[in-house]
Design a protein around this ligand. Structure first.
Ligand SMILES: O=C(O)CCC(=O)C(=O)O
Ligand SMILES: [Fe+2]
Length: 327
């Protein structure tokens, strides 16, 4: 008897409406700086002013020209959800309930998307629940405003400098103003950037670095950036990261003798002529080097050893906020 196709979960994207996030985001960032600074970021929740973070820690720029506002987990752990900061009701009535509803709906859509990814990997639909990735989900919603000012022609200033997201998937709602770009071949130089078209009512879904580790590069994390276009731009990024205690290790269905997890990404030049790239053990990307000494060292490094999600995220966040002494 022919095998029945798996029953695919349906993701109803009529709710949440991604464009609704842009309206609330615009309202928040329109407040006077003084009011926003009263909500200055503490324990990763609240307001971050312009230039306070850099998504490409290797750039020695003064930070990314964007302001952001973080909303952390709402559910399960009341101590954690109490850490969130909200604009006072008399300043922005209904803002908090609107954002809470949006957060819960995107979380629902994100979980269903993970079911699809699990099925695509020949895993049980609930794989990510079973490995504890969604125990007390810990996603963060980052609201963003890019003033969009163009720099001088000789300097490359990005609203969000080139990076890949850290977790499993990101559901990104944008307002239709261009600026978001992706690079398909992230280890090739020079980098080729392509505009991401805006699709009304749709999310852009980015694969994150931990999903790349889990799938041994079968699902590549997306290198992306936001360039200024001379227009204000608003977006809302929902980062679905694995629970801090979840151990992320290469899936059996994604490795084979010819593609073991420890070598999948580490061949650097050499006779094989394969892609030139490498990661160090902490997974910050290392540029490819051609010296024989470097080759020998890099080939010995285990590329994707199992890691605890919380440790990995902590390290990446430390690099992102190195510019901001208020961590
Ligand atoms: O604003 C955007 O479109 C992208 C934001 C982003 O990549 C991020 O916050 O990680
Ligand atoms: Fe991103």
């Amino acid at each position: 008897m022919p095998e029945l196709p798996p029953k695919l979960p349906i993701i109803d994207l009529s709710s949440p409406d991604p464009s609704s996030a842009a309206t609330s985001t615009r309202q928040l960032f329109s407040l006077p700086l003084e009011d926003k600074m009263k909500l200055a970021r503490k324990l990763h929740r609240g307001y971050t002013p312009l230039f306070a973070e850099s998504l490409d820690p290797h750039l020695s720029s003064k930070g990314d020209p964007k302001e952001s506002f973080y909303i952390g987990p709402l559910e399960d752990d009341s101590a954690s959800s109490m850490l969130n900061q909200w604009p006072p009701q008399e300043v922005l009535p209904l803002w908090r309930p609107t954002m809470e509803t949006y957060y819960r709906k995107v979380l629902c859509a994100g979980k269903r998307f993970l079911h699809l990814i699990a099925l695509a990997l020949n895993l049980d639909e609930n794989f990510f629940e079973k490995v504890g990735a969604l125990d007390k989900p810990t996603p963060f919603l980052r609201l963003l405003h890019y003033p969009g000012e163009l720099g001088s022609p000789d300097e490359e200033i990005c609203g969000a400098s080139a990076h890949s997201d850290y977790g499993m998937i990101t559901l990104l709602a944008t307002d239709g103003v261009p600026g978001l770009q992706i690079c398909r071949e992230k280890f090739k130089q020079p980098r080729v950037w392509e505009d991401v078209p805006h699709l009304h009512g749709a999310f852009v879904v980015n694969i994150g670095d931990m999903m790349e580790r889990w799938t041994n590069c079968l699902f590549r994390s997306t290198l992306h950036r936001v360039i200024p276009t001379g227009q204000h731009r608003y977006s809302a990024a929902f980062f679905l990261d694995p629970h801090a205690d979840c151990v992320v290790e290469c899936l059996e269905s994604c490795c084979s003798e010819s593609s073991p997890p420890s070598l999948g990404a580490c061949l650097v030049g050499g006779k094989s002529g394969r892609t030139e790239k490498a990661h160090n053990t902490s997974n910050s990307k290392v540029e490819a080097h051609n010296s024989p000494v470097c080759l020998a060292i890099l080939k010995c490094i285990a590329i994707f050893p199992p890691i605890r999600s919380g440790d990995y995220l902590k390290e990446r966040l430390k690099l992102t906020y190195a510019l901001d002494s208020g961590l």
